[in-house]
Design a protein around this ligand. Sequence first.
Ligand SMILES: Cc1ncc(COP(=O)(O)O)c(C=O)c1O
Length: 386
Amino acid sequence: MPNRADFILRDDVIFLNHGSFGACPRLILEEQRRWIERLESQPVLYFRELMHHMRTARQALSEYLGADAANLAYVSNSTYGVNVAAHAFGEMLQPGDEILTTDHEYGACDRAWKQYAIDKGAVWRRIAIPMPAPSMNELCELIWSGVNDRTRLLFISHITSPTGLRMPVEELCARARKAGIITVIDGSHVPGHIHLNLSELGADFYTGNCHKWMCTPKGSAFMWTSNKYRSTLPALVVSWGSDIPTVGDGMFVDENEFLGTRDHSPFLTVPFALEWMRRSDWEEVQRRSRALTSATEAQLAAIDGVVSIRAEGADPMLQLGTVLLPENVNVVEMKNWLYDQRSIEVVVHEWLGRPMLRFSVHAHTSEADLEALVASVRLYLGTITS
Ligand SMILES: Cc1ncc(COP(=O)(O)O)c(C=O)c1O
């Protein structure tokens, strides 16, 4: 199993925010470097062979995610993927049509929907998710209660960014499919974190980052669409894609992967990263991380005034743990104190008026890192309440 020594994280920082941007191990960075050197040593040959290498990289990720490779395209990040969806599906909506979503979505994605759909007259119906959050079954009923005869599209995170909650997208996609509602899923936190089989999930559109939990280089993400839409979704950037007869991987792939000259090394590194994950006993990495997250969240929730974001009996842990902090916490001061005084990098922020702390656990996280977090939070909260 990989550990801290496999990463290039600074020794003087207790790094408990893998969730925001991931962290890439040395071996994977070396593989990316090999691709960059291959490019710079004979750029023309590299671009001549690029289609072939991209196809291999796409095939590898598609197999890992249970997808048909013709339905999956590499993109730089999931913000880009959500923009493609908001642009394409936004065009299909009429004024008054409703998009159903939650109030725990990622800000950049909310903005994409605003630009491409809401400003053109679509209604943005946001379901408020209670905190602490109930079980996935209850969340499903709550979100579905927002459906009415004008609902055309459901946009939802598979795992929420601000609160680290898993959403019941499997059941929501199944219900939406029966009701003829388009589903767009933001799976930024999913690949490498929880099981994903895109063919079985049955969404209409899905986007996810590899750079977070799969630990690939920044700039490696994907978007996927169902057979129904892969030949009709307009691209966001007009380039050579659909015009290059030698590419021939289908419009969805060609138009979205070939966006002028750019660095493809993050995508080309994905097959190596998948192999590294296989060699690393990834299921054990996930199991250990979830167990540590669960224990740490419970220890934090045992501190006076701290509450887990999951109601008792709610659903299984992820590698993201979140606790609600006492209302009088100044989140900027607490975050700065944790970093400046204890060298702990962790998310402390306010979401919908609630101060909260979100920590991440991955292969590089040690038990000592998490003990330091619990002790520091206890000490800090003790000083502000005394
Ligand atoms: C749920 C969610 N959506 C979208 C994003 C945006 O990801 P990116 O910045 O890679 O586009 C994030 C990033 O943290 C996220 O957590």
